[in-house]
Design a protein around this ligand. Sequence first.
Ligand code: PTJ
Length: 249
Amino acid sequence: MSHIPTSHPRYVSLMTRETLSRALKQGLVHETGLIAHGRGEAFDYLLGETTIPEANEAAKVAAAALLSATNPVISINGNVAALAAKECIVLADRIPAKLEVNLFHRTQARVNRIAVLLRKHGASTVYGVNPTAKIPGLAHDRALCDRRGIFSADVALVPLEDGDRCEALRAMGKSVIAIDLNPLSRTAKAASITIVDNVTRAIPRIDYWVQELSDAKKSDLSNLVRSWDNKKNLGMVLAFLSKRLNSLS
Ligand code: PTJ
């Protein structure tokens, strides 16, 4: 890894790039994962690289949805494995939820490497290594999933998801929680609950709310989920962005 002094004003951002670059060389991240990260990074810069109140609210409702679920599943792709593997495992243990490796650019070798990484960090069971089902309506290997995991999940947490697949999961009747720094993406619009935040901050934030809500009544959790207006929240994120940009101009 190149040496980046901790005093560098862009230290965290540069280290994140280094982490992804190393994960690419290790065969965990797909090369287009770096491009996807660049897009996310640009939006993060505009947001102020912080969890804005609208994202915190979405993380709270996401926690309520995950705690209320019968079969909650967290989907892990290359970028998520590189940036938040340990945090996803902690969250999955806490809910509890299943972890499934689910790739857009699927190769068996990369699935295996990500599963090994998750197990190394303490995941006991990793789904998706030997797919047993397909997400209907999606051509290609990106439809492959596990019947006990994403296929039968009632609530799926899909950080950095592709728009098509998010829509296909919604069409299966699932509640989909997306983490996407781009509030204008098809994924952000198609998801049931969209957290516009960096996956590195969003997963620990959901975990915080899972702990806060762990003793809440089932009816209070379902009220939180039922009263959630995702479109309204995305509108508030856009209003936040435009206000912030105006204040900087
Ligand atoms: O590992 P694979 O094969 O499953 O591929 C993963 C990627 C991310 C390459 C694949 O899912 C993909 O191409 O995704 P998209 O369609 O480019 O969407 C990625 C979205 O995630 C974009 O809207 C980015 O703004 C957003 N994003 C990128 N980095 C982050 C992010 N959102 C949250 N946190 C990030 N760190």
